[in-house]
Write a protein that binds this ligand. Structure first.
Ligand SMILES: Nc1ncnc2c1ncn2[C@@H]1O[C@H](COP(=O)(O)OP(=O)(O)OP(=O)(O)O)[C@@H](O)[C@H]1O
Ligand SMILES: [Mg+2]
Length: 349
């Protein structure tokens, strides 16, 4: 199997040049640290790197032994095939047929499933190489979240100094741990919600840099988002109710989507599917949880208001919060009486 080492384009080019090159290829905004520090002969250097990377990417595609229908750009090839190799090796997919969409953080591809999966098509969400992702400000969401590891999404041991120090120092290993944790949150959340009957894609498998899930759409067209769809007046209310059923179902598990809007809900044959969960937030441990919940609900209310649905986002958020996240007054009273008893006991001694 090809390794990223094989594809290392060598010490002749420093990180900054490579980053600049990729940023241009993926059409990403230049990151702050690279701005204003363009070496004079960058264009020449880029040209050289461009052809070297392309050659290596071509070799990578060949040596990986995958013959896929979708023709990635030369620059996408290495990233795509490395990320999906696990799914090929595990006999989960046999082909990549199209790129459905390129998002800010990931590209989603339509793949032909291995016959053993019992479905024709699946979707592979391939996260951008961490360096070239347009990272959202994830600190707000990360609060109160454990680090999930590659090992089937198991939480890292908080006493594991290596992980704690690496993340603190933002070393390459630390950044990779964060990156995998981000992806694992998406996968684990899909697993929980799918099992409970939420309208989310069926999670199939997770690898270091990609997740494989149920595909919404057909062989020609992936499902559009609600934002790209015009609903009939009759379906708006039931779909709003369905969206709220899902928000409530998540709250019942103590989780909040965190980036819910008409852009992250797919529409296909009268049904909706919620997607894009890496920033999922824990209601109990994140101080911003209520704010994040209210924002999610507000965005949905705003969208459906366009179809004449009148709903009070604040009231809905409070209802869900009271129902599932606010501490139970009986529990508080019980805690207080335990503390009282302990205090009395101490005083007696
Ligand atoms: N299971 C799926 N089936 C079909 N299409 C999908 C599926 N999952 C995602 N997509 C498509 O890929 C797009 C990007 O997916 P997603 O929102 O999860 O990634 P993202 O990188 O966070 O995107 P963005 O930055 O645009 O929010 C979606 O808008 C949708 O068009
Ligand atoms: Mg999205």
């Amino acid at each position: 199997m090809l390794s990223s080492k094989q594809l290392n384009i060598g010490p002749a080019h420093d990180d900054e040049e490579i980053a600049a090159f990729y940023e241009e290829q993926f059409n990403l905004p230049r990151s702050q640290e690279h701005r204003g520090r363009k070496p004079k002969n960058l264009e020449q250097k880029r040209e050289k790197i461009r052809s070297e990377v392309a050659d290596l990417a071509d070799d990578a595609g060949l040596s990986a032994g995958f013959n896929i229908t979708y023709k990635p750009t030369r620059f996408e090839a290495e990233w795509l095939l490395t990320s999906l190799s696990h799914f090929f090796e595990q006999d989960l997919i046999v082909d990549v047929t199209a790129r459905v969409q390129g998002g800010k953080e990931a590209n989603v591809y339509r793949c032909q499933a291995h016959h053993s999966l019992g479905t024709a098509l699946v979707a592979a969400k391939v996260y951008r190489p961490r360096k070239f992702r347009n990272l959202r400000n994830d600190a707000m969401y990360r609060e109160g979240r454990q680090i999930l590891t590659e090992e089937n999404g198991k939480p890292a041991d908080p006493r594991d100094d290596r992980i704690v120090r690496a993340i603190g120092k933002k070393s390459a290993f630390g950044v990779q741990v964060q990156h995998t944790s981000w992806l694992m949150y998406e996968f684990k959340t899909l697993e929980t919600l799918y099992r409970l009957g939420a309208a989310v894609p069926d999670p199939i498998s997770a690898a270091e840099n990609a997740i494989l899930m149920g595909y919404v759409g057909d062989e020609y067209l992936a499902a559009p988002t609600l934002q790209e769809t015009t609903l009939s007046p009759r379906e708006a209310k039931p779909l709003f109710d369905e969206a709220m059923r899902n928000v409530e179902l998540m709250m019942a598990q103590g989780i909040i989507h965190g980036d819910l809007s008409a852009y992250n809900i797919l529409y296909w044959e009268g049904k909706i599917t919620l997607i894009d969960f890496p920033q999922v937030t824990q209601a109990q441990t994140n101080r911003n949880a209520f704010k994040i919940l209210r924002r999610d609900i507000q965005r949905l209310c705003d969208y459906f208001a366009g179809y004449g649905i009148r709903a009070d986002a604040q009231a809905l958020a409070e209802e869900f919060w009271q129902g599932y996240a606010a501490p139970d007054p009986d529990d508080l009273a019980a805690d207080l009486s335990v503390m009282e008893a302990q205090r009395a006991e101490r005083e007696e001694q």
